[in-house]
Design a protein around this ligand. Structure first.
Ligand code: ASP
Ligand code: MG
Length: 416
């Protein structure tokens, strides 16, 4: 990504507001007041907006209706969906101007956002910030329609559902912003899902890598935007647009306040199914032979375990999204050349992970996790680890008990 030079100018802040924060004229007015307050801080403000409320879903429903449920033309679909963000960006600029603040809305094209040609899930290739810079230099607040860009073909593209987060972080990088602020209907990142324990605590800060591991937690942030923040070291602040409570800063620097804590949070996934392939002949190529057909069928596989072989055969177990269990079993039956004796499926499982960069090179966390789970009678079905995460697969109806015990054992309710 090319960046423009921002020497000798006011600091730039990028703010992004999600659809639920822009659901009505009243919401837009509330957000406009927050933008004005930021502008009054003496910074240059670039605002990225999502489409109002559920309007993207409404446009998708309309496209289904006119095509009798057939897949709509990809080019037309992207142009259609891009209109949702045009509505919110133009209304926001009007709201700001009516309050006496100079503002201008820019579509993705006008904002210089260039993408590849993959309709429906385009990736940002480059952002030419000249126009944005020119408007900021006039003292204007710049409102950019999120989620969209222009492909080399001259056609409008969209970045995939939830893509406005990615627009915001990419713009922050390109415009050399101090940070990217994402305002949404959740008020930050928590140590774990607050629905599972009332001891869940909002984190003041979290590292990018930890955040990527925690993302399934319902922070509702697009992981692509976190990856982008990590690659370009752009701090991302997540907070509520409905209050002035402090949120969570996601950043790549050293932890300051919570440096002594090895475990930062507990990530959960309630949507886990399992496939076990028994009696697989143990020879090179069988793992690929089982998994490639699944990849080709668009089934993504998460945790994979292969047992040590006995009698020249082995068992493979892996997890997939609960809804993909039947499809995965069917693909293995019809599309895989690998010989095996049987496929067994399991469902109603959950994934629980303890996450924290502080666990790196510090043994003992796995043992503590497993003994904590055994003390409360939770059986572990599968285990997998990465440098900053220890993951277990357990039965879904034991999830709450497991999370509460782990949250206590790792003292996550305390700030140090
Ligand atoms: N409006 C788009 C969506 O609903 C993009 C976004 O909200 O970030 O997916
Ligand atoms: Mg949205």
């Amino acid at each position: 990504m090319t960046t423009s030079s921002n020497t000798g100018r006011r600091p730039v802040i990028v703010q992004k507001y999600g659809g639920s924060s822009l659901a009505s004229a009243k919401h837009i007015h509330n957000v406009a007041a927050r933008i004005q307050a930021r502008k009054d801080d003496g910074v240059d403000v670039i605002v990225v907006v999502s489409a109002m409320g559920d309007s993207t879903d409404d446009l998708i429903a309309l496209s289904d209706a006119v095509t009798h449920g057939q897949t709509p033309d990809a080019r037309e679909m992207d142009t259609l969906l891009s209109t949702g963000e045009l509505v919110s960006s133009t209304l926001m600029a009007m709201a700001l101007k009516s309050d006496g603040y100079d503002a201008i809305s820019l579509s993705g094209i006008q904002a210089g956002i260039k993408t590849d040609m993959v309709h429906g899930s385009a990736r940002i290739a480059d952002i030419k910030t000249d126009r944005i810079r020119k408007e900021l230099d006039k003292g204007r607040i710049v409102i950019v329609a999120g989620f969209q860009g222009l492909a080399e073909s001259g056609d409008i593209t969209t970045l995939g559902r939830g893509g406005s987060d990615t627009t915001a972080v990419a713009l922050a990088v390109a415009a050399e912003a101090e940070r990217c602020e994402i305002y949404t209907d959740v008020d930050g990142i928590y140590t774990t899902d607050p629905r599972l324990t009332d001891k869940a605590r909002k984190l003041a800060e979290i590292g990018f890598q930890e955040m990527l591991e925690m993302a399934v937690l319902g922070a509702k942030m697009n992981p692509r935007s976190i990856e982008l923040g990590a690659v370009y070291d752009m701090p991302v602040y997540v907070a509520s647009s409905f209050s002035y409570e402090p949120g969570t800063l996601i950043h790549g620097g050293e932890h300051t306040m919570e440096v002594r804590k090895a475990v930062t949070g507990i990530a959960v996934d309630r949507n886990v199914g399992k496939i076990t392939v028994r009696g697989v002949i143990d020879r090179p190529g069988v793992a690929a032979g089982l998994l490639q057909p699944l990849a080709d069928a668009g089934v993504s596989v998460d945790v994979i375990v292969q047992n040590a072989s006995s009698d020249g055969t082995t068992d493979f177990t892996f997890t997939v999204a609960q809804a993909s269990v039947d499809k995965a079993a069917q693909v293995l039956g019809s599309d895989s050349d690998v010989e095996y004796s049987e496929v067994v499926t399991g469902s109603d499982l959950a994934k629980v992970s303890i996450v924290g960069t502080g666990m790196e090179n510090a043994p003992g966390y796995a043992a503590k996790m497993f003994s904590t789970l055994s003390e409360v009678g939770v059986n572990i079905d599968m285990i997998t680890t990465s440098e900053i995460r220890i993951t277990t697969i357990i039965e879904k109806d034991q999830l709450q008990k497991a999370v509460q015990a782990l949250h206590d054992a790792f003292e996550l309710e305390k700030t140090e």
